[in-house]
Design a protein around this ligand. Structure first.
Ligand code: ADP
Ligand code: MG
Length: 648
């Protein structure tokens, strides 16, 4: 027979700690939030050994007297809610009353606190939930809590902690979120005695972003502001060119609390649709305010997820706020070096030229897209009229909201096989296209077309580049349209993996190291991946507290911008390294390299270059798809053409 026991309170706290306290960064978050709730105007966070050894948070807030200090560590002890109604009108960051109890059950805590009206402070020590008596202590007004040896009594969890650098990365992220939401407060963070951040009080959001991230980013921001019904949205959004590869660059705050929300994430993607390359994420800092009764913040122990009573409304407001700003003419003006009417943001001059060329490129691509759309649209209607879909055909992909263009699936297929999904001319960032049928894997695709590859004659026939984007060339039984970027990307990917199999990538030492502004978190990420960076032929050194110098860079990437590349790479490390195997991570890095180094859509190519590209095409195994699995090539057979021209 089983015996049911009631767990001891300390055990209950330890279990709760598993929910609230995942790692040192969770402690930093809870402590800083308590300090903010105590109306502190200055908070100092000192960390040793990634928080594994020590975390100390000192504030000048309201403090606690001797009685409250003892109570604060009792489970479900909170000064922030009293009645049921309070739970639905939460204005503080904390309210569950479990952080201190949970933390104290899995660490050694010392607290010293003094309210402003007391003549002396009080001190309490707790180790693994066991309290010692409170003693008087000399202290200035406010509270200092020191947490030592987190998880010392739960070895399984202690073992789970990562390197000091990784843990510090998480701490910096939590610190950053609180710092963004509280620009009035003086906040500082040190690690092993070294200053990571020191943010003066009374900053604007833009100034704070400049200090937390980089002045480049701060200079490319646009204000947004919108109020409708009870929802108010303010904040800064970055120019599409500032997009990054990681989602952690989207900071969303609701009533002062950092949250993650997939509705809002989706609205942001929708708003930037068509302006940001696929696989990249726009950078935004958004602050939502709404009546506390319209949102439930009590759905997640760390309160990072919330439930809106009207999430559709939130979605449409966020979309409208960003979209209106992006579509307003001010967006391109300042970046072209023009007048900054109404924009508090001064762009750096170098962005002007980039913006010009990218603007041209965007317009150009838009024209190509339109021309292709027209072509396929008219072919589609003809095709539908003929109503002779090959048997066994599977529609390939339905791309939602693709109003410019919807591709007739069978037109481009070869003997009914789904040849192409959204080829790169119809690439749409944003929500992934809904798959309406099987999409061939790279292997399937290659198998299916291996015959074709053979039929592709040794002699390269006449070649033609259209719209500086596609290459058209004859095959024995028709012609192929090749996406120059996708093909080159595939070729480079293969070349890079081949080189890497033999050893580190060939690198070139830079005469003048490129200095890149990065975040403290990115520096920590780089330190964690020095070995991988070495293999990739990238040498970076820390250069000041928030910048690094790129000393060497792979030869094959001579067309890429080392600074931009390294920054994206560090984002990738932060975002993905935790849940990818080493092989997968390498695949992603090579992918990024190939994409950056490849010719782009819109690059004019000489005939010699085109022929060189086509010659290399036959040397690689899977020329049929780019590393992302998109097809590089669309084939049209003579038979297909004849059908189109109603010759059959
Ligand atoms: P919660 O924040 O959910 O109320 P905590 O366990 O984090 O629960 O804290 C318990 C109580 O301790 C708080 O409600 C508050 O009254 C008090 N407290 C905690 N930290 C501080 C601080 N830095 N300054 C003043 N009071 C604090
Ligand atoms: Mg709290």
């Amino acid at each position: 027979m089983t015996t049911i026991n009631i767990l001891s309170q300390n055990m209950v706290n330890k279990i709760a700690a598993g929910e609230v306290v995942e790692r040192p960064a969770s402690v930093v978050k809870e402590m800083m939030e308590n300090s903010m709730d105590a109306s502190a105007t200055r908070i100092v966070v000192d960390v040793e050994d990634g928080g594994k050894k020590l975390i100390r948070v000192s504030d000048n807030g309201c403090g606690m007297d001797a009685d409250d200090i003892v109570l604060a560590f009792a489970p479900h002890a909170t000064s922030k809610i009293i009645t049921d109604d309070d739970l639905f009108a939460i204005k503080t960051l904390g309210f569950r009353g479990e952080a201190l109890a949970s933390i104290a059950s899995v660490s050694q805590v010392e607290i010293v606190s003094r309210p402003s009206d007391a003549i002396e402070g009080a001190r309490l020590e707790i180790s693994a939930g066991k309290q010692s008596p409170v003693t008087p202590a000399a202290a200035s007004c406010g509270t200092t809590i020191t947490i030592r040896n987190l998880f010392f009594n739960t070895p399984a969890r202690r073992k789970f902690l990562r390197t000091a650098n990784t843990e510090m990365g998480h701490i910096i992220e939590q610190f950053t979120r609180i710092a963004l939401a509280n620009t009035e407060t003086h906040l500082s963070l040190t690690h092993n005695g070294r200053t990571v951040h020191d943010l003066p009080d009374g900053q604007t959001l833009q100034q704070r972003i400049g200090l937390l991230f980089s002045s480049d980013l701060a200079d490319a921001l646009f204000p947004v502001s919108r109020k409708e019904r009870d929802i108010e949205i303010t904040g800064l959004i970055a120019h599409p060119q500032q997009s990054r590869t990681g989602a952690q660059w989207q900071y969303i705050f609701l009533n002062g609390r950092h949250i993650r929300d997939r509705f809002i994430g989706h609205a942001i993607r929708e708003a930037y649709r068509g302006m940001v390359e696929i696989n990249r994420r726009p950078v935004v800092f958004l602050f939502l305010r709404m009546p506390p009764a319209d949102v439930d913040v009590n759905v997640h122990p760390a309160k990072t997820e919330v439930r809106f009573s009207n999430s559709n409304m939130v979605h449409s407001q966020v979309l409208a706020a960003i979209r209106d700003r992006l579509l307003s003419s001010d967006l391109t003006m300042p970046l072209r070096g023009g007048d900054l009417t109404g924009t508090p943001v001064v762009p750096s001059s170098s962005q002007g030229t980039d913006a010009d060329s990218s603007q041209d490129r965007q317009e150009h691509q838009e024209r190509v897209r339109q021309a292709m759309a027209d072509f396929f649209k008219s072919s589609a209607s003809r095709q539908t009229a003929m109503n002779n879909r090959p048997a066994g055909h599977t529609p390939v992909r339905a791309v939602p909201n693709q109003d410019a263009f919807s591709k007739p699936p069978d037109l481009l297929s070869h003997s009914g096989a789904p040849v192409t999904d959204d080829a790169s001319f119809m690439e749409t960032p944003g929500s992934p296209p809904v798959s309406a049928g099987p999409i061939p894997t790279a292997e399937q695709y290659t198998d299916r077309h291996i015959e074709d590859e053979r039929a592709y004659t040794d002699e390269i026939g006449p070649v033609l580049q259209i719209h500086n984007t596609y290459i058209v060339t004859e095959t024995q039984d028709g012609f192929v349209i090749i996406d120059q970027h996708a093909l080159h990307e595939r070729i480079l990917y293969e070349e890079l993996s081949r080189q890497l199999n033999r050893g580190p990538l060939a690198a070139q030492r830079r005469l003048i190291p490129e200095v890149v502004d990065v975040t403290a978190e990115q520096i920590a990420g780089a330190e964690n991946h020095t070995e991988l960076l070495d293999e990739m032929g990238i040498t970076i050194e820390q250069f000041g507290p928030r910048s690094i110098a790129v000393q060497s860079f792979p030869v094959l990437l001579d067309k890429a911008d080392p600074g931009e590349f390294v920054r994206d790479l560090l984002d990738l490390f932060l975002e993905r390294a935790g849940n990818l195997s080493r092989e997968e991570l390498i695949h992603h890095v090579l992918d990024m390299m190939a994409c950056k180094a490849a010719v782009k859509a819109g690059d004019p190519l000489t005939e010699v270059e085109i022929r060189a590209l086509l010659a290399q095409r036959r040397l690689i195994q899977q020329s049929g798809t780019c590393p992302h699995g998109r097809p590089t090539t669309i084939r049209l057979s003579l038979a297909e053409l004849e059908k189109q021209f109603k010759r059959t």
